[in-house]
Ligand binder design. Structure first.
Ligand code: FAD
Length: 962
């Protein structure tokens, strides 16, 4: 025992001596590098020590160590950690790591081989005090090569970290490229992929691996039954993900995250992490950059292998396999996409039906590319497609079809992820003026329709050098303001509370301020004033606010002080949040919605009140977040994938039917026939089977002529359910309609969506009455199907059809539409033609014969006019409305207003109407197109057609049409 102790002592003394020599050797080498005037002396010392036994032994150990590491790293790991390598452990036992050791260690770490990964694992597993020593060493010795290491050790790990790479404000405010480039962004500065990986790993190294996992689970709710505060809405196993990364197992970490969240590349960038995972991080001064780690993983996989994110293991196309019934997903925002992805992965044949011509929901049309690049959404779509998922765009559930019809088409269950896309306005005086629009409209014009790019057709309000205010304090306001800044506008955000109450991702606010956007807090618009001649907004009067007691949201309530301030403005964007779109609800009386219009679910589920119909995301929550939408989509996918109540052959029948329906929805909209109706007026017969199936009199479609075109509304002039065709009549007035009119038979439209708007309200009248239609020019095609329905119902109809001149008239011959109706309904259809120049019919406007009829009715000599329907140039409709108002005859105007999405999402087609002496906002696309002409405030409505007049003229010149 004593002998053993003695020999232990001896060997320990010997080992200390060896350590001493090794230490002196490295010290001399370091001195040699740092202290050039003692070169000779140091050189001698080095040569001496190099030949010492201790150093030779040490070098041999190191070589052995390396060989063993390379040949058998698994075996080596416990030795490495438990017993320690002489060299490394010895270094870590010193007060500080030496410069040369730090360089060598770093060199080994960034080699990206088995040894370097073992070193990562070693460093991840050592106690915090050693980690600190390591960070001090890289701060002191490596910050020349890595400036981001400078000062890193101060307050590390809790208060200091290496931030992701953010492009400088002056550079990024001029373009739409990604602002926060994440850790991968450091590659752009010349660092290698492995170096970047180590920067990420250094961020991970700060983690404490807390037992209670607040980042994943959040804190317990303050009230029983409430949601946990903070944490991850989709319960990504964040501590495990970090642990795997800490051990250098990046691929496994990616695998883990993918299982919980198929959109890490998206949510990592846009989640409000400061309220969720990072908000509850115990390193509260500088939480771990969990969002950045989350999106680094898929992004780094992409750097390594372009197709890494699309691996499909053991994939069998579910449509071909047909052993599970088909599922319809409505809406392609994060809720719908996740739902479709998970169900496709489970082997269900899935079709996603999307209202727009592009996929992604708000991620595409709302969030700008400088925050979320579109190719990330394309990646998700590709992933779903690779799993057999199908997409039908330009398809509006509630219009193109109903939920019930989808089920009849073969879909077993339906998930509704239609979002909350109806913009809110303030309903204050002057809000109808030109130059005041919703953030949805502005962002859609830029993000979806690329209005800011020269080769795209969609017009955009003039922004460059203009004074712009954005009203609101959330992410939408920030995205809009930053977009305007990039287009050369001078932007202020007007917010009624203070900066600290803004419901915005903190990072976005900070970036906006850095980019030169100013804040006008404690201000709320009270009124907008316009230039009398141009009708464009010129000023706003702002209420000066102060903060009162907290309201339901927990934030202090803004209260008007009674003081005001006048501000000169050229453009106003309303970013006040969104309400629910009523389209699905209006078509489905059984679908229960809340008083805010959100679709209700049974508690604890995603089930709606309609059997086999589920919902989630903003459609259910109202404006919320992408990750919550994704979480709902996931939850619904689990609920949908339940017991299947069909036999094998029943499933096969359902799949065949749903597939055929999907194919009909996807079929390209081809021009089958082109008919020249009159000068500049063309009739197109277009293949659009699902629209033809649902079309009703009075409805219209949204047309995208070509990929870079603009979205324009066109009335459905006729349809044929059997042939699957619709008829559109286009008068070439603007450059888009002129270009469409140049299309030929066999050409395809880039997208037609519909039928949109409410069908005409048809009523049966007495024989003695007549329904009068006043059609101005191409007002006739939209009138034609409504008039036909009245005739079919047995009503008497009088058509007053006015054209500019003889060359412009159409459908009047016996074998044409109006002529045929006259022949068929001889006794019940009177047709009166007028022409502005007297070249045929009555000389003058449609109001002439109308006034005669009204007078005759008044003096009892003519038919009673039950209602007047007027469609045509706005001035004509106004004149008709003014005339019939005097006689108290119900009058309906069908409005073809400026539109973008035509489903209520943008608010562009605003029609000011007066109800009980108050101006109320109606939207031609969802409340109309037919509105009571007598409540329309025509004086306010007519100038709205001038909104893009200047841009339209420029476009005509560009296309040589002017
Ligand atoms: P949406 O993304 O709204 O998608 C719904 C889809 O359904 C759309 O494509 C729509 O066209 C389609 N649709 C609608 N009606 C129909 C119909 N009848 N038939 C067929 N298709 C239909 N959240 C964050 O977490 N972080 C952010 O930074 C953030 N920034 C935002 C910035 C802006 C400008 C906006 C507007 C929102 C932002 N949000 C943010 C909120 C977030 O984008 C939404 O909560 C999320 O997109 C909701 O997802 P969803 O799938 O429920 O709906």
């Amino acid at each position: 025992m004593t002998q053993n102790k003695q020999s232990d002592k001896d060997s320990s003394a010997e080992s200390n001596y060896q350590h001493d020599e090794v230490k002196r050797y490295y010290q001399a080498k370091m001195d040699n590098e740092n202290n050039r005037h003692h070169l000779q002396e140091n050189g001698k010392k080095i040569t001496e020590l190099e030949h010492s036994e201790s150093l030779e032994l040490f070098q041999k150990q190191l070589t052995l160590l390396q060989n063993r590491l390379l040949n058998n790293p698994e075996f080596f790991q416990p030795i490495f950690i438990d017993e320690g390598s002489n060299a490394i452990v010895w270094e870590f036992q010193q007060d500080e790591l030496s410069e040369s050791f730090t360089h060598s260690l770093w060199g080994l770490i960034i080699k990206n081989d088995d040894m370097s990964n073992l070193l990562l694992r070693f460093l991840w597993n050592i106690p915090l005090k050693f980690k600190r020593k390591f960070v001090r060493a890289i701060d002191h010795h490596l910050s020349q090569r890595y400036p981001m290491f400078k000062g890193l050790s101060r307050g590390w790990p809790a208060e200091n970290n290496i931030p992701p790479y953010i492009r400088p404000a002056v550079e990024r405010a001029e373009d739409f490229d990604l602002v926060n480039q994440g850790y991968i962004g450091y590659m752009g500065l010349g660092y290698s992929f492995r170096e970047v990986e180590i920067l990420v790993w250094l961020e991970v190294l700060r983690d404490k691996q807390c037992d209670d996992r607040p980042c994943e689970l959040g804190h317990l709710p303050k009230i029983d039954g409430g949601e946990n505060e903070g944490g991850c809405p989709v319960k990504i196993h964040i501590p495990e993900m970090i642990h795997l990364m800490g051990e250098g197992k990046f691929k496994q970490a990616f695998q883990l995250i993918k299982e919980a969240n198929p959109l890490p590349n998206v949510t990592g960038r846009i989640c409000p992490q400061e309220l969720q995972c990072q908000g509850v991080c115990t390193l509260n001064k500088r939480p771990i950059e969990i969002g950045q780690l989350e999106w680094y993983l898929p992004e780094s996989e992409k750097v390594l292998t372009a197709d890494a994110n699309f691996d499909v293991e053991n994939f069998v196309n579910p449509w071909a396999k047909a052993d599970k019934p088909p599922i319809a997903v409505v809406g392609s925002g994060p809720a719908g996409l996740i739902n479709a992805y998970l169900l496709s992965k489970e082997g269900y044949p899935v079709t996603v039906f999307e209202a727009f011509h592009e996929l992604g929901g708000v991620l595409r049309y709302g969030i700008p590319e400088f925050r979320l690049p579109n190719d990330l959404i394309d990646d998700v779509v590709k992933k779903i497609s690779n799993l057999g998922g199908k997409f039908v765009t330009n398809f509006i559930v509630g219009k193109t079809t109903t939920l019930d019809a989808l089920k009849r088409a073969g879909f077993w269950k339906v998930f509704i992820g239609t979002g909350a896309g109806l913009p809110r306005f303030m309903n204050i005086p002057g809000e109808h003026h030109l130059g005041i629009l919703s953030a949805n409209e502005f962002l859609t014009r830029v993000n979806l329709m690329k209005a800011h790019l020269k080769d795209y057709e969609t017009p955009l309000p003039k922004v460059k050098g203009k004074q712009v205010i954005v009203i609101g304090g959330g992410n939408t306001a920030m995205d809009t303001a930053r977009t305007i800044r990039r287009l050369g506008g001078n932007v202020s955000i007007v917010y009624r509370r203070t900066q600290s109450e803004m419901p915005v991702r903190v990072e976005e606010l900070q970036h906006a301020l850095e980019e030169g956007i100013s804040l006008k807090v404690l201000r709320a618009p009270r009124e907008f004033i316009a230039n009398d001649k141009t009708h464009f907004v010129s000023h706003t009067v702002l209420d000066i606010m102060q903060l009162g007691e907290p309201d339901d949201s927990g934030r202090r309530r803004p209260i008007a002080t009674g003081k005001t301030e006048k501000l000169s403005v050229d453009l106003v964007i309303m970013a006040l949040g969104n309400a629910s779109n009523p389209i699905v609800k209006d078509a489905e009386p059984e679908l229960r919605t809340s008083k805010w219009g959100t679709i209700e679910v049974s508690p604890g589920t995603q089930k709606t009140t309609v059997e086999d119909v589920y919902t989630g995301g903003d459609a259910n929550r109202g404006g919320s977040t992408a990750i919550k939408a994704a979480g709902d989509g996931m939850e619904a996918a689990k609920e949908i994938a339940g017991d299947i109540p069909f036999t094998e052959s029943e499933i096969k029948t359902l799949v065949a039917s749903a597939e055929s329906y999907t194919e009909q929805g996807q079929s390209p909209q081809k021009i089958l026939k082109k008919i020249n109706l009159a000068e500049g007026v063309i009739e197109f017969v277009v293949y659009a089977p699902l629209i033809a199936k649902s079309a009703r009199a009075g409805q219209f479609v949204r047309v995208l002529g070509w990929q870079k075109g603009e979205l324009i509304p066109l009335t459905i002039a006729d349809w044929d359910k059997e042939q699957g065709t619709i008829d559109l009549v286009v008068q070439g007035l603007g450059s888009s309609s002129m270009k469409i009119n140049q299309m030929d038979e066999g050409d395809f439209f880039a997208g037609i969506a519909g039928p949109l708007g409410k069908p005409s309200k048809l009523q049966h009248y007495n024989k003695s009455e007549t329904v009068v239609f006043t059609a101005g020019g191409v007002g006739l095609p939209p009138i034609y199907p409504i008039m036909r329905e009245h005739l079919r119902m047995g009503n008497h109809v009088t058509l007053i059809s006015g054209f500019r001149n003889k060359a412009m008239k159409f459908w009047d011959e016996a074998d044409e539409r109006t002529g045929q109706l006259q022949e068929k309904y001889k006794d019940r259809l009177d047709v009166i033609y007028t022409s502005n120049d007297g070249s045929f019919g009555i000389n003058g406007f449609v109001t002439g014969p109308l006034e005669d009829m009204l007078e005759n009715m008044k003096n009892g000599s003519g038919r009673v006019i039950s209602e007047v329907v007027t469609i045509g140039p706005p001035m004509m409709m106004y004149a008709v409305s003014e005339l019939t108002k005097k006689y108290g005859v119900k009058t309906v105007a069908s409005l073809n207003s400026i539109m973008v999405d035509a489903t209520g999402m943008c608010g562009a087609c605003m029609v000011p109407v007066n109800i009980d002496g108050k101006m109320v906002r109606k939207h031609a696309c969802i409340d109309g197109p037919e509105l009571d002409a007598h409540i329309i405030d025509w004086e306010k409505f007519l100038p709205r057609f001038l909104q893009f007049k200047a841009q339209e003229e420029e476009s005509k010149v560009k296309h040589g049409f002017s």
